[in-house]
Design a protein around this ligand. Sequence first.
Ligand SMILES: [Zn+2]
Length: 284
Amino acid sequence: MLDDTFLPALIFGLLGLMIGSFLNVVIYRLPIMFALHWGLEFETQPSHLQNTTSSTPSPFNLAVPASACPQCGNTLKWWHNIPLLSYVLLKGQCFFCKTPVSLRYPLVELSTSLLYLACFFMYGWSLTAVAWAGFCTIVVVAAGIDWDTQILPDILTLPLVWAGLVLSNLKIIEVPIENSVWGAVLGYMVLWTVFWLFKLITGKEGMGYGDFKFLAAFGAWMGPLAIIPILLLSCTAGALIGITLRIKGNLEQNQAIAFGPYLAVAALIMCLGSNTIYTFLHFQ
Ligand SMILES: [Zn+2]
């Protein structure tokens, strides 16, 4: 097992760490770029998303300016940006001002790496593994942005739907094209129906259109049969965490929580979790 799979597994794992590190930048910067582009102002969101128009340097995109500490503004050195390792070396603090660095950074890096490894153990050294690693990448970014802003951007969800349909048609992913099409339709329609029923009965909007598109994408990649388990898992997890936050007083009456991250975790468990454990054991 070690001879054949060690090197490719190492490459997938390290690539996951490096891309995970970049995903942190995307999760942080993409909402700011949207805010600047459309003149949006986020109000009740993480502090880096407030007053974006006045406090953001220009130009500002995914590549420039160089990463800096949001607290003291010092530009990070190259060795502050090594995935996982820098967090450990710097003991989870900014090198300059000692402000704690969010645990989210190493967590996103580690999860991306583990997801890439899972793709590799499921599909081996193949185009299918690369396609699913791409799927995981978009899902992690979308979930991170939804967590911060309660927005699931079309720029992420819609290409994920099209990619699922195209890759299915090219037979790069295993779901047949009929299932992919009906999965996308069903994924969208289920949440669309729930949204309108909830709105007719209560007069409130329980979720956003981004959630419909996100679930449509999962349907396109996994087929219609995956929709129900994904919904059951995500609703259960969302309800448990929502109730816990409410009890602990971290969530006010009528304050909404983003549904995207729960959909994302449920979908990743569905597509990779069970199969990976089986395949990994099989490899041994
Ligand atoms: Zn600092």
